[in-house]
Design a protein around this ligand. Sequence first.
Ligand code: FPP
Length: 241
Amino acid sequence: MSEQYTEDLKLPQHIAIILDGNGRWAKKRKMPRGYGHIVGCDNLEKMCDIIADMGIKYLTVYAFSTENWKRSEEEVKGLMDLFRKYLKRCLKKAKRNQMRIRIIGDPSALDADIQESIRVLEESTKDYDRMFFQIALNYGGRDEIERAVTKIAEDARSGKLPEGRITGEVFEQYLDTAGIPDPDLMIRTSGELRLSNFLLWQLAYSEFYFTDVPWPDFNRDELMKAIEKYNGRDRRFGDAK
Ligand code: FPP
């Protein structure tokens, strides 16, 4: 697709992606599921650069859900090792793209060294503002809401939060995504038509795009198809929400 073509399109400010289909992609090639995750991870790095170069400001990806712990011990360990390595080399990418990185989800269940890498990465990228990249790790939309409500109750009890109605604006400040605009476009790869507990509050008004293409094969052309569809849809606000 030509650059001219992209110039005619209205770009979403924030894209959220459910990176699905790594396992099936690998199985089709008679390879272990873990290989699919490795290729999926490489693809995420590629796509992140492409999205940054297009000028899209916010990208949020679903890397590991609160439900993913139920997968085999071997697969969970493989994924954790992948995150471990990825978080370490991510700093270079962050510099290239002037990209602030934040992890959303509950890090407390992750190994101590992963938590430390997250802390270092978030701290060292906090002043970048060309792009904002959120990685959902041990993330679940319901879990995020439960944690937010618990914190609201604590703050109300201690008097930190004034009495009265908890508005959407106040509530959002307690979410992991506080300060980040809601996604305009949510993409899910690999054919499933579900939200799987991803950004339940934040996706309330987003456009959804589902494709059969598995995550390891998702590329710039596939992204352009999603953006083209997003442009073709009549985005209405106000009473037509
Ligand atoms: C879903 O594919 C994907 C995951 C559970 C993990 C997503 C992780 C990556 C792409 C690795 C890199 C990410 C980061 C942030 C380093 P699946 O296993 O559910 O595939 P299937 O539906 O075909 O089984």
